[in-house]
Design a protein. Structure first.
Length: 368
């Protein structure tokens, strides 16, 4: 079997890696550099708590791979299971957390509820005005700049052909499968896997499948390095758009959220950071960690992410075209899922079945 994977972000590179491990002949095509799109702009969060219930089996599959990433990939991608702390500041947030914990109980999240005394004792200095929190000890983070290149290199060692800086000029269905014309040549395969991220809608539309997907850019920033004291990833249970942050081992604090995403045109697909949003973000971050008040912010950035109207990704076989598969539209939450998505798509393509339920993500839900 021959497979062309479109897109060299985390979804595409992980898919190429797991396909190659199954002995499938794979060509991955990326129009820019590997991992240079939404993946590199990611926060790096590996969180299961609060995720849509239908995604939890996929999230569990992915977490198992994150735990083995260094062995699988032959390098450290800085995955650290530091836990994920979500602070609660009001009764609505507490109700939402408890409702979610009940609904997700069968998924083995090991979600702990912390009262104010436990929170102060275990995580002093975090959320001093919080009334409660949840803690997911098995979750954590990884380095978005390292992950996609690591999967691509491992895929290449397993036999995959990685073609980057190769914009797609045309693609079509052929008598034997698919033909993709790029700036670096023409590639043919029996199977085409659409991992084009925010551009996945355009690929699907070429084969008669419309997806209600918008492209938006999150607002991210990082501080100067300070002494390492914040071990867990920190977020908020809130019906508003709360802040989130994590401190890397080098001392910098990466943060985002709390402000609206900016619209991004898919072409050229470069999202702009909005400096005017920074004061509101910093204020929200200080609510979580007041001791960061005198720390300098040294950089802002954004990225182009695809958001599907129902906030669920598109995964699985095409509803119109045999041999076409999709894995895109992860609504800003794809980083945690990426390795599991790659493994699941490789299983589905190679065996025509998948142990992880994917029906809720089928593109056919948008068929007229």
């Amino acid at each position: 079997m021959d497979v062309i994977v479109l897109g060299g972000g985390l979804m595409g590179t992980a898919s190429a890696f797991f396909l190659a491990r199954r002995g499938v002949r794979v060509t991955l095509i990326e129009r820019r550099r590997i991992g240079a799109g939404a993946t590199v702009a990611s926060f790096g969060n590996i969180r299961r708590s609060g995720r849509h219930l239908a995604q939890l089996p996929l999230a569990a599959r992915s977490l198992a791979i994150w735990n083995e990433a260094q062995t699988l990939l032959g390098r450290d991608v800085e995955f650290r299971a530091t836990g994920h702390l979500r602070l609660i500041f009001d009764a609505d947030g507490l109700d939402d957390m408890r409702s979610y914990a009940r609904a997700a109980r069968a998924n083995d999240l090991a979600l702990e509820e912390l009262g104010p005394d436990d929170l102060r004792r275990r995580f002093p200095g975090l959320g001093p005005n919080a009334i409660a929190a949840s803690f997911s000890p098995r979750d954590g983070s990884a380095n978005p700049r390292l992950v996609a290149p690591a999967f691509a290199d491992a895929a290449a060692r397993a036999g995959a052909c990685i073609v980057d800086e190769a914009p797609v000029l045309d693609m079509r269905q052929s008598e034997t499968g698919f033909e993709v014309k790029t700036a670096k040549g023409v590639h043919k395969a029996a199977v085409l896997l659409n991992c084009a991220g925010a551009w996945g809608r355009e690929v699907a539309a070429r084969f008669g499948e419309e997806v209600p997907l918008g492209t938006w850019g999150p607002q991210m920033a990082v501080t100067e390095p300070v002494p390492y004291r914040i071990s867990p990833v920190v977020g908020v249970w809130s019906r508003a758009h709360g802040a989130y942050l994590r401190q890397v081992e080098r001392g910098n604090v990466v943060f985002g959220g709390a402000v609206a995403r900016v619209p991004v045109a898919p072409d050229p697909g470069f999202a702009q950071a909005d400096p005017s949003s920074l004061p509101a973000q910093v204020a929200a971050v200080l609510k979580l960690v007041p001791t960061l008040a005198d720390v300098a912010v040294i950089r802002q950035w954004s990225g182009c992410e695809g958001y599907v109207a129902d906030n669920l990704p598109v995964m699985g076989a095409s509803g119109t075209t045999p041999g076409l598969f999709h894995a895109f539209g992860f609504c800003g939450h794809g980083f945690q899922l990426g390795p599991g998505v790659g493994d699941a798509m490789a299983e589905l393509i190679a065996t025509d079945r998948c142990a992880t339920p994917l029906a809720d993500f089928s593109i056919t839900r948008f068929a007229a």
